[in-house]
Design a protein around this ligand. Sequence first.
Ligand SMILES: Nc1ncnc2c1ncn2[C@@H]1O[C@H](COP(=O)(O)OP(=O)(O)O)[C@@H](O)[C@H]1O
Ligand SMILES: [Mg+2]
Length: 250
Amino acid sequence: MKQVLQAQQVRKLYRLGDHSVNALAGVDFAVEQGEFVAIMGPSGSGKSTLLHLLGGLDKPSEGEVILAGNRLSELNDQAATLARRHHVGFVFQFFNLLPTLTARENILLPLLIDGKDTNGYEERLLTLLDLVGLSERQNHKPDQLSGGEQQRVAIARALITAPELVLADEPTGNLDTKTGRAIMQLLRRSCDEFSQTMVVVTHDPQAAIYADRVIFLRDGLVVQQIHLNPQEPLAVRLKMVMDEMEKLAE
Ligand SMILES: Nc1ncnc2c1ncn2[C@@H]1O[C@H](COP(=O)(O)OP(=O)(O)O)[C@@H](O)[C@H]1O
Ligand SMILES: [Mg+2]
């Protein structure tokens, strides 16, 4: 299988005045095309840091990230930006929607930034609006939308370019259980139908069960990983994830 993403001995040290935080302490892993990976771990374990490094939004202190065949350390900032734009869709924890744009305009933004003519994307836009249940809300601005609706706009925005890789940081973090489940099902479907690769950070086992593989981080290290079978009932997968979380908490 083709590997879309690789982290090799990735370390990240944040310097804060006279002390430093070892956010990532040597992370190795690879993600295959079409795979759905969940990254779990307690608050402060390095999940967001890892996701940012994987998407080339920030640079590791040591080690290498290989994104769609590009060794990110060998690219200058401009080339890294282009690699990201062409291969990655991001869903950020706090949505990052532009307040002055409507839902529809926010979703189209990645195309505009890349200088693409959005006319050719109208059908995809309508499909995505329908998938995320926002067809009736496309002309609303973010402050006229609920948290869950804003999150769904952010997800449609990440999918509009049909990126081969979607990186999502706590995509269900601010949502009620029902909306959260719908979002995870949407990401799962996107993965199954379009062979997109998903890497989703979450601390919620109810969200992690949609993954094929769950990676557990603690203190900046991968301490465990388990494989889930999507054919198994949700309850069985949930138990596997929760058992693992319990073991790691001991
Ligand atoms: N920009 C930053 N500057 C300094 N320390 C940071 C920064 N971002 C994260 N950290 C620290 O790095 C560690 C990992 O953070 P983070 O990746 O956000 O964890 P998580 O997403 O798992 O909660 C934490 O101790 C956090 O305080
Ligand atoms: Mg985080």
